[in-house]
Ligand binder design. Structure first.
Ligand code: SAM
Length: 326
């Protein structure tokens, strides 16, 4: 389906839970998180129904996110059901990797071919500092297990923060010489509590690129045919790839093809916009597919033109990232 700004919207990201087993410093507070009450969370059946209707509205690609999607019970069966839906070209998942070791093979069998794993450091002590959990080895084992399960490519999402992990940009880039991973550097985004946003921590994708350029010859790779937001590169002689996601500095709003469904059943046209369409209420009130069609159509049509975020003047977006699905 095409929105009011002539963009094809064919990609749905579903946050299947807002719960997470990490507490990354830029994403969640250490304590006192208000999770969505269980009864408010969409059941898998409800999510499947929304997805079926979305497919009829042109959604072709699906990503499960959260919170931590591998925390929710029954996720593998859910993925199997999604993978069997006619019209869907791809189901993928973004995970923090904590449970990847135990799930990698079943994910592959359930119909997932590629995977995104978030890991902001290659150092165990720093992992503890960033995530507030001592689970570096478990995540790294999970990534290697994903590789042996044949998930490919494995994209490693790295949120780069000045003074926190920016001294590892070259280490992450060098990893692509050894491993076939796609390392994607993501600009820090002002989501959630605006008082917690520290602009000085922001590093632009351009700055990251300049640092990586010191390593050797860089080749440009053509954009993802499935419409990913990363600018893609590879270091000459490497096995993997490097991606830069300039969520703020060169935002990809013009080509944004995304629709989001939160765990509590709200459709969002933009990560940063608090404008939401409640789809849970009509679902639970027994409304028919035509009614849901109209809601989805309306949300897609009125997708915000751009996110309007800037490094020095972040707009308020009150839902935390774990509640929207990053
Ligand atoms: N638990 C899963 C994971 O860790 O990948 C999925 C959810 S997590 C919210 C999705 C992605 O959002 C992660 O790559 C995380 O690093 C990113 N993220 C969260 N808060 C962010 C922020 N303020 N700026 C940039 N990326 C952020």
């Amino acid at each position: 389906m095409i929105d009011n700004n002539n963009r094809i919207v064919n990609y749905l990201r579903i946050s299947i839970t807002d719960k997470c087993n990490l507490r990354c410093i830029y994403c969640m507070p250490e304590e006192g998180v208000n999770f969505i009450p269980h009864a408010e969370i969409l059941t898998y059946e409800e999510m499947l129904r929304v997805v079926r209707v979305c497919i009829q509205k042109g959604i072709r690609k699906l990503r499960l996110t959260g919170g931590e999607p591998l925390l929710r019970k029954g996720v593998i069966d859910f993925i199997e059901n999604l993978s069997q839906l006619a019209g869907l070209e791809e189901v993928t998942i973004t995970t923090n990797g904590v449970y990847l070791k135990q799930f990698a093979h079943s994910l592959r069998k359930s119909g997932i071919y590629r995977i995104n794993v978030s890991m902001d450091t290659l150092r165990a002590d720093r992992f503890h500092h960033i995530t507030r959990r001592d689970l570096f080895d478990q995540v790294w084992d999970g990534i290697e297990q994903a590789e042996s399960a044949g998930l490919s490519p494995i994209k490693i999402n790295v949120v780069i923060m000045r003074g926190i992990n920016d001294d590892e940009i070259l280490d992450f880039a060098r990893l692509t010489y050894r491993k076939p991973y796609h390392v994607r550097f993501i600009e820090l985004m002002p989501v959630g509590d605006p008082d917690k946003w520290i602009p000085e921590r922001f590093i632009s994708a351009k700055e990251v690129f300049d640092i990586i350029s010191t390593l050797g010859q860089i080749m440009t790779i053509r954009p993802d045919p499935l419409g990913g937001p990363a600018r893609r590169f590879a270091l000459e002689g490497s096995k993997g790839e490097i991606g830069l996601i300039g969520a703020l500095s060169y935002h990809f709003c013009e080509n944004c093809n995304r629709l989001r469904l939160t765990a509590d059943g709200k459709l969002r046209g933009c990560l940063f916009s608090d404008t939401e369409t409640d789809i849970k209420k009509p679902l639970r009130n027994g409304e028919n597919d035509q009614y849901l069609f109209a809601l989805i159509e309306d949300t897609i049509r009125n997708k915000p033109r751009n996110h309007g975020q800037a490094v020095w003047s972040p707009r308020k977006c009150s839902r935390p990232m774990n509640g929207i699905g990053g």
